[in-house]
Design a protein around this ligand. Structure first.
Ligand code: HPA
Length: 277
């Protein structure tokens, strides 16, 4: 058996008694966006440090716990803080949390992140619905296939589910919230991109750059989950904005758009859960 699968089953075993319900939606909160978790109708939490073998999130501003709670009447498992490749974990560990949420029963993966704007029509503070991605780091499905989850060569033609994107757009439109839509490019980090890398991302068709998300979508797609994602453009990418990039700016912008972000996420989760029933 694939060692990553054995580890995953051990993680699941170590917490299965503490999982209060079968979540419908798995929500991953990106840098600066973690506070959304506290607005849910919380039933219980499981700190990552309580989970045997679970990769720990080391990033400032990432709380490091699963929250089980309701958004409206929708049972949701939410990751307050994710694991990144740049933290030094093997790529299979980076996607272990996503696989764990699938084992809990989640059908939908709702991804969020902070990202740098590559498309010059964007501004810091914009929300971008992810239409597709380009992944510049190793594929998380490398190694022996976990056939219990999915095929060796999964199709990636409609990774960010068109139906889910339409629902999110409709919800945003109804609330008068303008959303961009574009391609997310995942670099490894932790250094921000160089201006030349940002120009490369743009030439390749990218609209935003970040250090997460694409690999999680790859793993979730392998397992047959419905996937959607929203990037919070916390800054314009290197070379597009003239000032240096820093993590504090990411947090500040995320705070500024928190209320809008929260409205879109809540309405979308409720509408998506309704639609996939
Ligand atoms: N690049 C990569 N990751 C990011 C950025 C960026 O400009 N902003 C927030 N996360």
């Amino acid at each position: 058996m694939n060692p990553a699968y054995i580890k995953l089953l051990q993680c699941f075993d170590s917490i299965k008694e503490r999982i209060p319900f079968k979540p419908k939606v798995a929500l991953i909160l990106g840098s600066g966006l973690g506070d959304y978790g506290d607005t849910m109708d919380i039933v219980s939490t499981i700190p990552y440090k309580d989970i045997a073998g679970f990769p720990q999130s080391t990033v400032q501003g990432h709380k490091g716990q699963f929250i089980f709670g309701y958004v409206g009447i929708v049972p949701v498992v939410c990751m307050q803080g994710r694991v990144h490749y740049y933290e030094g974990y093997p790529i299979t560990d980076v996607v272990l949390p996503v696989r764990l949420m699938k084992l809990m029963g989640a059908e939908v993966l709702f991804l969020t992140n902070a990202a740098g704007g590559v498309n010059t029509k964007y501004s810091a503070g914009d929300l971008m619905l992810i239409s597709d991605h380009i992944c510049m780091i190793p594929n998380p499905l490398m190694g022996e296939n976990i056939s219990e989850f999915g095929p060796r060569f999964p199709d990636m033609s409609d990774t960010y589910d068109r139906a889910l994107r339409d629902i999110i757009k409709e919800q945003a439109e109804q609330m008068g919230i303008v959303m961009q839509e574009g391609v997310y490019v995942q670099f490894s980090g932790p250094s921000y991109e160089t201006p030349a890398e940002v120009r490369m991302a743009r030439a390749l068709g990218g609209d935003a750059v970040g250090m997460s998300t694409a690999v999680e979508a790859v793993a979730a797609n392998h397992m047959g989950m419905h996937i959607c994602g929203i990037s919070c453009i916390t800054n314009m990418a290197a070379g597009v904005q003239t000032s240096p990039l820093d993590h504090a700016e990411v947090q500040e912008t995320a705070d500024r758009v928190a209320a809008t972000f929260s409205k879109v996420v809540t309405a979308s989760i409720i509408a998506i859960a309704d639609a996939i029933n």
